[in-house]
Design a protein around this ligand. Sequence first.
Ligand code: LLP
Length: 472
Amino acid sequence: MTTVLTSLRQETVISNAPDQELKSLQKLSPNQQLLPLTAVVNANDHLEIGGCDVVDLVSQYGSPLYILDEMSLRTACQQYRDALVKHYQGQSQVLYASKAWSCLAVCAIAGSEGLGIDVVSAGEILTATRAGVSPSLIYFHGNNKSLDELTYALESGCTIVVDNWHELKNLDRLAREQADLPSFVAPRIMLRLTPGIECHTHEYIRTGHIDSKFGFDPNEVESVFAFLADSLLNCIGIHAHIGSQIFELQPHQDIGGVMVQWFKLAGDKYGLNFSELNIGGGLGIRYVESDDPPSIEEWVKAVSAGVTEAFVSAGLALPKLLCEPGRSLVGATCITAYTIGGSKTVPDIRTYVTIDGGMSDNPRPITYQSQYRAVVANTMSAPLSQTVTIAGKHCESGDILIKDIQLPQTNAGDILVVFGTGAYNYSMASNYNRLPKPAAVVVADGEASLIIKRETREDLLRQDCLPEKLRK
Ligand code: LLP
């Protein structure tokens, strides 16, 4: 018999549901859950995800291990897609912001659910196309795309979200150079504009305010439109992204009202007929109990209402509405399993419990002071009997994964599972201290499949060169 995990406290996770209904799980918004949707405690008192015992997965694939729940990811994709169909009368397209986790398997799952992909580098373009996503659904972002990347993106057939004058002029030049070729197709672009919308999130992940490195400043919009009217570029619309890990609905609902004025101006004064509006991503997820993000459907409903109201009042046809969530698609679908090593008690201060990973596989706590939740996966019903600090293994005092968490008694070899590690963990992972990057598996219906191989020690030397004069 299994037990569905409804709460994080190890001893209170119990809510018997032997007939755990898949359909009712799929109604939960994955971004509001601490755990992947399929998380249960099995008869061995172990945490199980996607029908796979986490402790067994670690024995088979090694530690640390990223474990991605396919059902949670597909559910999140479907909820975005279905909510847009339900709440927005115009056409729509969800793009997965692959910076959250760019790898073949995640892009392939998103693609198979009908999502396009937002990419920010040639590497992410390559990943998305190799995963089988049609270039017509790939949108290329970034505030300093190189000429090489722009050329590659154009050749691949992606849409380019132009961020600044330098890029706009480069693209125009590339287009003019090719204009006489019989194969010439006008580059499909969008413009990223800074909407001047403030939101409450960590300052490093806020992007929509005026003092941002991204996008054209509102003062420049008219001259950009004038330039476009005279260019060979095919500008299909405008884009804004205001930030990440946002719990308020209002700032996202306001985007439509800000963007519509530029849509109208482009058409009325410059003869530019935009058809697409991309309102970015940014919906937050629940990392700890006190986080309370809106559901995917509530978010889609709010942005759809904002855009619809703005366009109807301006007398404009509804644009094709694009959004590009990353974290809220993949964040809660993955956990990281670590093996506990030793511990150190500083009397009257704290006990450190060490794990075999840390800031190299999850740089978010040291970068943004992000909070995480964890359990000991091999003793799920054990009482929470100690408050400890989870220390990573890097040579850096700040490499603390979780401060002051309640756990059962732990022993070396226990498996610590940290939740909510699907977004911006693997994608921001490093080899700091020459640690090999962990493996990742996707789990579904009791089966696990490797999606990222564990790096080996030899892999770490793959790019190193030892000049002849330094050889002994
Ligand atoms: N679109 C654009 C243009 C973006 O810059 C981003 C995120 C997204 C979409 C996706 O946002 P999301 O739905 O994931 O919030 N490394 C940071 C997050 C950086 C977000 C960068 N841009 C973190 O770990 O919190």
